[in-house]
Ligand binder design. Structure first.
Ligand code: ZN
Length: 321
């Protein structure tokens, strides 16, 4: 429990403030909801990173003002918050985030005025490889309380399962309705529509991945656990943290497994250097293809990027449906 919010992140914030200016103003983006005519100020909803921003815009519609904390093209895991962003977050009617993705956000959110999407769904445990890595770090230098927030025991990448995101949409509709009772019905209606859209996407995935030659998914970073869980695939992540270089041991371990499972494609990601995946693909005699973990805004939106992911998966896994 954290009581009192005078925790000393001031020093970090001052340092981060220097980096700022670019990420601070989300209001210029095409993403923001158009101003509604009439009535007073709309409730401000701060979304921690892209998929949650997309979801908040769908559910908030013209009743809410949605701002994203993570600028397009930025890896959300290591996002720093400016003083202005922390103020924005404290003033917001609701902050939508997922605990375990962004330590800076986990530190800044206020209980009661925040919605942790991980609390709305059944989570899956973090990968075995994840524990290994955390164990190594913990051994180096024990930072105690400061790093406690990073060590969530579940995999936080839950938006890559559309059915779970549909559940989050419904819950978000309830939270927004409670925060802005005058427009409760609007939030609930849009949440229901969004959940239905995501349910249809889930059906496309279920059907599209029902008959495949291989079920093994070798990915650059372990972001696709929920997709694998939902559609009965097996994810083998080269690393957990996109910034970490895998050890030679890990690399040969994955190469061996990929050969044994007849893997034809090693997946790389939009925001991660493809080098490691290319080296591995060379060793295994496989191709590489890009799978978008949607941690940052895609060229289209959540739905179109997920459909692109589905096509990529169907080709790579040899699916016939
Ligand atoms: Zn990630």
């Amino acid at each position: 429990m954290m009581s009192g919010f005078s925790r000393p992140y001031a020093a970090g914030l001052l340092a981060a403030a220097a980096l700022l200016t670019t990420a601070a103003c989300g209001s210029g983006s095409a993403e923001t909801t158009p101003a509604a005519s009439g009535s007073g100020a709309k409730p401000e909803v701060v979304a921690a990173f892209y998929p949650l921003q997309w979801l908040s815009e769908q559910v908030g519609g013209s009743d809410a003002q949605v701002t994203g904390l993570t600028a397009p093209g930025v890896e959300p895991h290591d996002v720093e918050l400016s003083i202005q962003q922390v103020t924005e977050l404290k003033d917001a009617a609701l902050t939508v985030y997922i605990k375990g993705i962004q330590p800076a956000v986990d530190d800044a959110v206020e209980p009661g005025k925040s919605f942790d999407a991980a609390t709305a769904v059944t989570t899956i445990p973090a990968g075995e490889h994840a524990h290994e890595e955390e164990g190594e770090h913990a051994g180096e230098e024990h930072a105690g309380e400061e790093h406690a927030h990073e060590e969530v025991s579940y995999d936080p990448h839950l938006w890559l399962d559309p059915s779970r995101l549909a559940t989050v949409a419904t819950k978000l509709g309830e939270r927004l309705a409670a925060a802005d009772p005058a427009h409760a019905q609007g939030y609930k209606d849009r949440a229901a529509r969004t959940a239905a859209t995501l349910g249809a996407l889930d059906q496309e995935f279920t059907k599209g991945l029902s008959a495949c030659k291989t079920k093994t998914l070798v990915t650059a970073h372990e972001a696709f656990g929920y997709l694998a869980d939902r559609y009965r695939l097996k994810q083998v992540g080269i690393t957990l943290d996109p910034e970490t270089e895998p050890s030679p041991t890990r690399l040969s371990e994955v190469a061996k497994l990929a050969k044994a499972e007849g893997v034809t494609t090693i997946f790389t990601e939009t925001l991660v250097s493809p080098k490691v995946a290319e080296v591995l693909a060379g060793q295994v005699g496989a191709k590489t293809a890009v799978l978008d973990p949607l941690e940052s805004k895609p060229s289209g939106d959540y739905l179109s990027a997920m459909r692109d992911n589905l096509k990529t998966l169907q080709t790579a896994l040899g699916c016939t449906a």
